[in-house]
Write a protein that binds this ligand. Structure first.
Ligand code: SF4
Length: 916
């Protein structure tokens, strides 16, 4: 048996007698057509085809009538066009923006929406004919609105157009002229409280054809009698989560028990509970029983919060068209590289993966298409993508041949050709792609009709308008007859029949709703004209009518519920519920309901994780100081980074990031080191030569930056950066001058260190020989971090410990000092693990040194033991997810999704006081 959602029986005689049916909205049309079709399918002799009955939503019918009259040359229809909702919105936006001098509004779009809504109400409630306009004219908002309305009508007149809000009035005024194209009989369905303009239209129709208007008799204003004797229950919950869980349990239980029943979940107008409901349904969808409960198979919705712009394919299409902009969002482009339907995707799969990695390491957050193409055309590299590069060239060429300003229709034609060129939406052999392509064409055609409103516009403006249009167009959802549960709001529920229904959040915020008058029509005038949402009495009547009708349209059980707490706010149940004598709900019933609904049963399998994956005899592992630092910070990090080669994708950033700035400064410092050679030369250097040295060294850094970031390194920015670098280098030389005598032995020295089967390649920024012949190893750092934990069992940074062990093994000379030379805008100074004597300059010493027993040789010994232990641990393949200092260690690690630390108790390790 089919699920029944709409009672079509009373309408069947109207079809037999040749009536055309008009309904207030498309939901009514959908319900009627579905049940009409079901009648043919389920009859004893199923019919495969039947004639579509004449049923239309009033707005659609008016548009069709207008077009038909126009095509038959009937004035004024043949001389004027109907504006679409987008055109109306756009026109209002232009008017509001043009008044900016007089009314400097913060949000023109919002104001335009609000004025458009007010104008619709103004027309539909025939405010002008009420004779009250003059009385309120002095109100500033109303005056502005009237002024804007005049401008709106003048603009419509100029382009011979009429808004949809005015269409009913024009049709009513010219009803005699269109009599030949009207049906003989019209039935008005569900128009219970139509606005006066519709009443005028219906009266005009009644003058020229046979109109049957089925009105529902005035509703009972008492809930008690309507609910009396029916199966209704009331439940109160503490939180909305508990309320939703109980509702979902109940619905799924009913769906299993009564497979042909229609079950409704009714939410308030705000629909704020919808995401939680969907989540609860998903959670329950994997219930371990013989018949799995899949959300997609069971949930019906009329309303989609998703716009066309959010549809996966449309969003990809819009991003592809975004390649027309001068600057392209790099992150967005990387997403496009992953599109399986993008031209050449199959052949260039690996190259495009490599291209993304390259782009992330070498480009900024915004790039030009020419730059992107330059990367794609590097034929010796892994990221060589000639097919895409060629297609993008042709894509740009198409746009280049268009005039700078032209009509929207012409731009849409270009966009269609460009998308085709890039392979969007994919091979036409699949049904999905065919459907997307058709939907795009339909949207383009509809949108192209706005050309006359927009006039000649630029490419970027056309793209922006297209984006807005798709954002404003919601995806149409049709009910699927096979799905049992309908998730609807209060208004949608009015058109449906249910076997069982649950109304959520019946509290004093939603039943009745707070008044919601339109913004630009005086409030008291709205009340006088009884516009919807304008008075508490009206809201109360609406709430009563809606509750009544849901009860009457629900055959079996109706559950009404509310929750009492939202964050810290306590919520009261609706006062309307006091009128209803609900049946008593026993705790046991609730518990049984919950048990019978087969909540998730834990059917996970258990696997013991191994803690060690030892290095294989032929496994090649290479790395630098980072390898052992990783091992020390977290064994899993070392395993993932150095053996699996797993790295998070680099983030794009605007301008120069700290890494590239640091590299540039290293280049400058290397040059200074090479030019000076020793402290004596530094002291003897005349000021002019010092200045020249600084200028040249900063220049080397600038050249480096320019090569990598030509877009950012404009002449003005380069000059600023040169100044910044020169200041840092000057500070560096001042400090160097204060040091005791030294000779620079090496700059950027490569050293390798081997232990057991592991070989590490190190690069030491500088090695100085001090006056006593011993060596000082220096590492330049541009960051602000100073709290190195060199004395921990597992130090967080093993750079200095490794440098000293490697150099000591490489040379006979004694290493007497290891230092960090910190250079940034806030500090230029030296940091050492241990106190240094005879260094000539103040050196910041690690706080931990005070509590360390022993001097420099003891620390070297301590470091060396730690290093050897870590090497052995790495080789043993320890892969424990064990960040040494909990969340602090994980803070800048991008492997979280791989190690899933957030799902384990490890993430809760408390930090010691000084770390906090
Ligand atoms: S996120 Fe933390 S636990 Fe995971 S690998 Fe990185 S450091 Fe280790």
């Amino acid at each position: 048996m089919a699920i029944l959602r709409f009672d079509i029986e009373p309408l069947l005689p109207l079809f037999t007698n040749g009536f055309t049916l008009l309904t207030p909205n498309n939901r009514g049309v959908d319900g009627i057509l579905r049940e009409y079709a079901n009648g043919f399918r389920s009859s004893s002799e199923p019919t495969k085809s039947w004639e579509r009955p004449a049923v239309f939503a009033i707005d659609i019918y008016m548009q069709q009538l207008w077009q038909l009259a126009a095509s038959q040359g009937i004035a004024p229809f043949s001389e004027t066009q109907l504006l679409s909702r987008f055109d109306e919105q756009e026109t209002w936006l232009q008017i509001v923006r043009s008044s900016y001098e007089k009314y400097p509004l913060l949000n023109s779009e919002e104001t335009a929406n609000s004025v458009a809504r007010s104008y619709r109400f103004f027309q539909q409630w025939d405010v002008a004919a009420s004779g009250e306009v003059e009385r309120y004219r002095n109100a500033i908002d109303f005056q502005t609105f009237l002024n804007w309305s005049e401008q709106f009508e003048a603009r419509c007149k100029k382009i011979s157009a009429v808004s949809l809000s005015d269409a009913g009035r024009v049709i009513a005024e010219h009803i005699e002229a269109i009599k030949p194209i009207l049906p003989n009989k019209i039935a008005l369905i569900n128009f219970n409280q139509p606005p006066p303009l519709y009443v005028k239209l219906f009266e005009a129709l009644a003058r020229v054809c046979d109109v049957e208007w089925q009105r529902v008799a005035a509703q009972d204003t008492q809930l008690g009698p309507v609910f009396a004797g029916s199966d209704s229950a009331y439940r109160s919950f503490q939180t909305n989560g508990a309320e939703i869980d109980a509702c979902i349990d109940w619905c799924q239980g009913k769906a299993r028990e009564f497979p042909d029943s229609h079950i409704g979940i009714v939410v308030d107008h705000s629909r704020s509970l919808e995401p939680m409901i969907e989540e609860a349904l998903f959670r329950n969808s994997k219930a371990s029983n013989s018949r799995q409960f899949e959300l997609v198979d069971h949930l019906n919705r009329y309303h989609s919060t998703e716009s066309l712009a959010e549809l996966q394919d449309f969003s990809a299409g819009l991003s592809l068209l975004g390649l027309n902009y001068e600057l392209i969002d790099s992150e967005g482009f990387c997403k496009l590289l992953q599109l399986p339907n993008l031209v050449g995707a199959k052949d260039e799969l690996q190259a495009r993966i490599a291209l993304e990695i390259t782009l992330r390491g070498n480009t900024e957050a915004e790039v030009r298409l020419t730059q992107l193409r330059a990367f794609m055309l590097q034929d010796k590299r892994d990221h060589h993508c000639p097919v895409l590069a060629q297609a993008l060239l042709a894509f740009s060429e198409l746009a280049r041949h268009e005039p700078s300003h032209q009509s929207l229709r012409q731009w849409l034609q270009l966009f269609g050709r460009q998308l085709q060129l890039l392979g969007w939406p994919g091979s036409s052999s699949t049904e999905h792609n065919q459907r997307q392509s058709l939907l795009w064409q339909q949207c383009s055609q509809r949108f192209a009709a706005s050309s006359s409103v927009l006039g000649n516009i630029s490419l970027s403006s056309a793209l922006g308008k297209l984006q807005t249009y798709l954002k404003q167009s919601n995806v149409n959802l049709n009910f699927d007859d096979r799905r049992q549960i309908s998730l609807v709001d209060v208004e949608e529920a009015q058109d449906l029949l249910f076997d069982h229904a649950w109304i959520l959040s019946v509290d004093d915020r939603n039943w009745p709703q707070a008044i919601n008058p339109v913004a630009f029509i005086p409030y008291s005038l709205q009340q006088e004209l009884e516009m919807p949402g304008s008075s508490n009495q009206q809201q109360l009547d609406t709430a009563l009518t809606q509750l009544n009708s849901i009860r009457q349209n629900t055959k079996a059980e109706l559950v009404i519920s509310h929750h009492t707490l939202e964050e810290e706010l306590s919520i009261r149940p609706s006062a309307l519920l006091k009128e209803i004598a609900f049946k008593q709900m026993h705790v046991s019933e609730v518990i049984i309901g919950r048990l019978s609904s087969n909540r998730i049963i834990n059917n996970l399998e258990r696997h013991e994780e191994t803690l060690h994956v030892p290095l294989l005899s032929d496994e090649q592992v290479s790395g630098g100081t980072g390898l052992l630092s990783n091992q020390s910070n977290c064994p899993f990090r070392a395993f993932a980074r150095n053996r699996l080669k797993a790295n998070g994708l680099e983030e794009f950033s605007y301008g120069l990031n700290s890494l590239v700035r640091g590299n540039a400064l290293h280049k400058a410092l290397e040059n200074i080191g090479l030019q000076l050679g020793d402290s004596k030369t530094l002291h003897s250097l005349p000021p002019t030569e010092t200045e020249e040295l600084l200028r040249k060294s900063a220049g080397i850094a600038i050249d480096y930056l320019r090569e990598r970031h030509p877009e950012t390194m404009t002449p003005a920015f380069s000059s600023l950066e040169q100044g910044r670098l020169t200041n840092l280098l000057e500070g560096f030389l001042i400090l160097e001058k204060q040091r005791s005598e030294f000779t620079i032995l090496h700059n950027e020295k490569n050293v390798s260190w081997q232990h057991s089967g592991l070989s590490l390649n190190l690069r030491i920024d500088r090695i100085d020989k001090l006056s006593d012949g011993s060596l000082a190893l220096i590492d330049y750092k541009t960051g602000k971090f100073t709290n190195y934990r060199w004395f921990d069992d597992r130090p967080d940074d093993l750079q200095l410990p490794l440098y000293q062990i490697a150099v000591s093994a490489d040379t006979d000379q004694t290493v007497s000092a290891t230092l960090i030379f910190q250079l940034n805008a806030e500090n230029i100074g030296l940091i050492s693990p241990m106190e240094l004597t005879d260094f000539g300059v103040q050196v910041k010493v690690s706080r931990q040194a005070k509590s360390f027993e022993g001097g420099w040789p003891a620390l070297q010994d301590y470091w060396n033991r730690s290093i050897h232990a870590l090497v052995e641990e790495f080789e043993s393949g320890l892969i424990a997810v064990a960040p040494t200092r909990g969340t602090l260690t994980c803070q800048y690690c991008d492997l979280g999704p791989l190690c899933r630390i957030a799902e384990s108790d490890q993430s809760q390790i408390l930090l010691s006081e000084d770390e906090i």
